[in-house]
Design a protein around this ligand. Sequence first.
Ligand SMILES: Cc1cc2nc3c(=O)[nH]c(=O)nc-3n(C[C@H](O)[C@H](O)[C@H](O)COP(=O)(O)O)c2cc1C
Length: 374
Amino acid sequence: MKRRIRIIGIFLIVAMLALPSFSHAKAKKGLLVYDTGYGSTSEVAYWIKAIIGVENHLDVKRLAQVLTLKPYDYVIIGSHTRNEKPSEATYKFVETNQNELAKKEIAYFLTCGDNDETMILKTPGSEPHTIAGRNYLLDIIEKFPTIKPVVIGGFGGRQVAPTLGTKDSLFMWLLSKLAKEGVPWEGLDIWESLIIERVEVFANEIRTKILGIPPRKDVEKYRGYWTSLQPANLKDPTKVKFKPKPFNEHHSTDRIFFTRSRIKGSLDEAIALLKTWSTQTGIDLREQQKSSFNVYYQAVKTYDGNELTTNVVAATFPEDPGNVHISFRSYDKPDERKGAEEDITKAETILWAEGRKVEGEKRQTISEILSYGE
Ligand SMILES: Cc1cc2nc3c(=O)[nH]c(=O)nc-3n(C[C@H](O)[C@H](O)[C@H](O)COP(=O)(O)O)c2cc1C
């Protein structure tokens, strides 16, 4: 009898000792590792940590501070953008650690200048291609296919013109000369393109998809990690650092015919409507890129003996759930592209029918975004 009591006692003590460490072992441990050129990515890193919550273990380290990934269940990899990609050092880090990373839950994010994932860049000597936001992550995801990110985010970022290094300054100047649609940082000392809600949605996705805990709805109180009293221009107080890009745009210049609008629905529904348009107009819709958040087609048709290409991108955005944004771009000369312009108008008639067009520039509030689909 005494022996049995002793055994039960020992069992209870062992169970009591094991219990806290068991529950501790279950809580996932994370590492957010990032690279920055001028500091904005650091601010975003700590902002994400704040939303994930100090009660959830998340080490935040620059690339050079990381010795091992062994202690972590999940890794968030963040970078600034250089030449349409995460930094070289970020690639190197992922390459060196790919076997270890492949065993863990991963998220990628980047800060960047261009945040509109319906954007196409066409510069001399290169094929038109998608740029901005999460588009910049597609290459690293493709290059390291054993690493399958659970969450990705392309937020926009910040550029402080007077503090850029000489080479970087020159690069930005050259880009502004090449951009067919002008550049938004013209005349600004500080230019910001970061979409605040994207960071909030991203951090909440880490909570729900990786940590299995509810999203944090009180996210607005953490915005101080990003916003500051720094002016957009030291000499001109009327200038603003951040100007949201219009959802509905239409312009026609010698260099480009460009329209952008948004409709209610999913990406798949938008794709079906674009296919209906191509059948009705005899357009050959050639898919160039398809991702979880966007699709890029070259719409090819011969007008008056000239084969012309219209660039069409449909994209969904974390800050605008339930809607799809669609852009059309023709880079041909105004007198050559008349037929293409008419076909773009026909596309919009199909896309906007049955009350699908979302008029105006109203943005969803963070509570609307976070409660979408509930
Ligand atoms: C030389 C240079 C190249 C850049 N290249 C791109 C680019 O290809 N695409 C883009 O969207 N942003 C680009 N950016 C913008 C930065 O990625 C963006 O400002 C970012 O927020 C900077 O982060 P950091 O402050 O952490 O360095 C570039 C900036 C510089 C200075």
